[in-house]
Design a protein around this ligand. Structure first.
Ligand code: 9MR
Length: 662
């Protein structure tokens, strides 16, 4: 072995310097001029240079020491380039190699994402044609226009009801109360927190009286939800065909529609949404507000009388989404909380709060937000709720300091992982509202960075936005409309290792795309309903996160927020180093961290095999050095297996050209 090692050193000196695929992962939509900015760097060594449109290095940053992210199995260096404050387009270079050229700094950074993510709900509308005036090339005929739907025997009734409108749930054409509940709730709370911002923001949808676009869109779904309430106050669980439809446009899905089940959880979800809607629509349409409130009260009463009519599984003849639930207590707490806030009637008050981020099956976190932000009404409960929000948020902030610089942990990669991320961002924003502490805002922005490209898949998860974004979502209209681009503004479910859609025989089965790593188990293929579907409850928290961040930077804050939450979306002050870095680049003062002639990260030409990389010290190429840290790269080693020389790095093998050897 000793001989081999010596031989390796000799050979290493002779071969051309290999180069690894160093990658910089960024938010592909952009970064706000005055904000904290971070990218993630893998397989690179040396300072990161930011090059402006005229080719000048305007900033050079020494990355932080690498840390391991167990969700992707990578060692990652985080690079804080907050000082890059001048709007523009930049290239990112390491050791003279351009890693990418799509870095953007601009104001109103996510406004297009806000509009597109909410506009998508219009594209999901059942029962009406999408006209080209609004839908452009994605115009389509109306689907599911027959409002007469059968009562499935699981409802305990027979005959038909009239039900139309609403949003299709996802890639399928089902409409489900539970999932509509959390979705509509999230969008309503976005409006309630930032009414002034959303009063004027428009994205070209049909007018609904004088309602702001956001409320017009939400009303389309509220109208459907109202049709799902039976005369006794109980709410049917869902409106779908018996099985999932084929891969057809909405107008071609002629399968019989049924109202299926009637559930306690669905009924309380409905009550919560209607109680919240009632107070939001009141200034625009008092009659509608009363209708919503009456429906909420009736639903709440039914739920109290039927505390455990749980939808635990589909009936044997039904195979559409189940949205099953065996504990409707959290839905009850949310409904009672909303009814109390709207009516002031203390008999609706419910105890309970949570330190966990909500999803369709557990909405206690939403009640927790409400209690914490209505301190006068909830007293001691408000304080408890606030402590839970801050405790979880502090944990999120810590998690975002290492690895990929994101909140997501390995266990968070479940079906719809991108909604987990988005809801973590929404949680962080609530911590920010309650305290005004910038660390929460910063971590919330990092969540958006993750969703828009700073992730190990190097992609924006929103269709139509970013350098690389999903092209083949599991979404029936996008599949069957004969238009190449998917409908824009859709957040795909995202990576998760479950592989529920992996198989070889049946339709809609994928070849195994799993990687052994939670954060990269993803495939951009139609078949992948477990990683590449889209859904209303995933888009809503994205819309909230991006919408709230834009509104905050347009100078707005929720009325209950602490001082200093609203921000001003302008470049960093003229006295900052940022200005000098852009106007007077001083690349000459940049210190090259390694004098290596090798382009293998961390291996200088004088290194011997199995010797750790030389450590490097760098400075920032602007007037104010921020951090100068020792960077220890990931110790690539030359090895010889008896036949050929190869390089081992982070447990992987590469040939001398830097290509991965399987
Ligand atoms: O989002 C749901 C996820 O949490 C579940 O694990 C999964 C399997 O039950 O179902 C997801 O919801 C789907 C629903 O059942 C039907 N419409 C598409 C939804 C997104 O995949």
């Amino acid at each position: 072995m000793k001989n081999h090692a010596l031989k390796s050193v000799a050979l290493a000196a002779l071969v051309a310097a290999p180069s690894f695929a160093a990658t910089a992962y960024i938010n592909q939509i952009g970064y706000r001029p005055g904000d904290f900015k971070e990218l993630a760097l893998v397989d690179a060594s040396g300072n990161v240079d930011f090059v402006n449109a005229t080719g000048q290095v305007v900033l050079s940053v020494t990355p932080k020491a690498a840390s391991y992210w167990d969700a992707s199995g990578q060692n990652v260096q985080l690079v804080d380039f907050s000082k890059l404050a001048e709007p523009g387009k930049y290239s990112i270079k390491v050791n003279g190699n351009v890693l990418r050229s799509d870095l953007v700094v601009k104001s109103q950074t996510y406004e297009e994402i806000v509009k597109a993510s909410i506009k998508w709900f219009y594209y999901q509308r059942a029962s009406m044609a999408l006209e080209s005036t609004y839908a452009g090339k994605w115009a389509r005929a109306a689907g599911h226009t027959n409002a007469t739907v059968k009562l499935h025997n699981s409802t305990g009734a027979s005959g038909t009801i009239q039900s139309s409108k609403g949003w299709y749930d996802a890639g399928d054409y089902g409409r489900y109360i539970v999932n509509s509940g959390i979705t509509t709730y999230t969008l309503l709370s976005l409006y309630e927190h930032f009414p002034q911002y959303f009063k004027t923001l428009k994205w070209n949808i049909p007018a609904e009286g004088s309602l702001p676009d956001l409320l017009a869109e939400i009303k389309y779904n509220l109208d459907w939800m109202l049709t799902m309430q039976a005369s006794d106050g109980g709410v049917y669980h869902k409106l779908t065909s018996l099985g999932f439809p084929g891969d057809v446009m909405p107008a071609q899905d002629n399968s019989e529609l049924y109202v299926i089940g009637k559930s306690t959880a669905g009924t309380f979800d409905f009550a919560a949404v209607m109680a919240l809607a009632s107070r939001i629509y009141k200034p625009f349409d008092a009659t509608y507000a009363t209708k919503c409130l009456d429906a909420a009260k009736k639903a709440f009463a039914w739920g109290q009388q039927h505390p455990s009519q749980n939808y635990l599984a589909n009936p044997s003849d039904v195979s559409t989404g189940a949205y099953e639930n065996d504990n409707p207590n959290d839905e009850k707490v949310l409904a009672g909380t909303e009814l109390y806030i709207t009516t002031g009637d203390a008999s609706y008050k419910q105890s309970g709060s949570s330190e966990y981020v909500s999803y369709w099956g557990d909405v206690m976190g939403l009640a927790t937000y409400e209690k914490a932000t209505h301190a006068t009404q909830f007293g001691g409960d408000a304080n408890e709720a606030k402590q839970k929000i801050l405790g979880t948020a502090d944990n999120f902030v810590n998690r975002a300091e290492t690895g990929f610089g994101v909140v997501m942990a390995k266990d968070d990669f479940v079906w719809g992982s991108n909604a987990v991320a988005s809801n973590q961002g929404v949680w962080l924003l609530h911590a920010y509202y309650l305290t005004g502490n910038q660390k929460y805002y910063k971590a919330a922005v990092k969540v958006l960075d993750y969703l828009l490209g700073k992730n190990p898949l190097d992609m924006s998860f929103v269709t139509g936005y970013g350098t690389k974004s999903p092209k083949m979502p599991h979404h029936r209209p996008s599949t069957s409309d004969n238009i190449e681009e998917p409908i824009p503004g859709m957040l795909v479910g995202g990576p998760q290792p479950g592989g529920e859609d992996v198989g070889s025989a049946a339709e809609w089965k994928c070849a195994d795309y799993r990687t052994g790593q939670a954060a990269t188990a993803y495939t951009d293929q139609r078949c992948s309903y477990a990683t590449n579907e889209v859904a209303i409850n995933w888009n809503a928290p994205l819309a909230y996160l991006a919408g709230a961040i834009e509104a905050i930077n347009a100078g707005y804050a929720p009325e209950f927020a602490a001082n200093g939450v609203a921000r001003n979306d302008t470049p960093a002050s003229s006295s900052s180093a940022a200005q000098s870095s852009s106007s007077a680049p001083q690349s000459s003062s940049s210190v090259t961290p390694e004098s290596s002639s090798s382009s293998i990260p961390g291996v200088s030409s004088s290194s011997s095999a199995n010797v750790e990389s030389s450590s490097s010290q760098g400075t920032i190429a602007i007037h104010t050095p921020i951090e100068s840290k020792v960077v220890r790269s990931q110790q690539p080693r030359f090895r010889f297996d008896g036949h050929s020389l190869f390089i081992e790095k982070s447990g992987k093998r590469f040939d001398l050209k830097g290509h991965r050897i399987k």
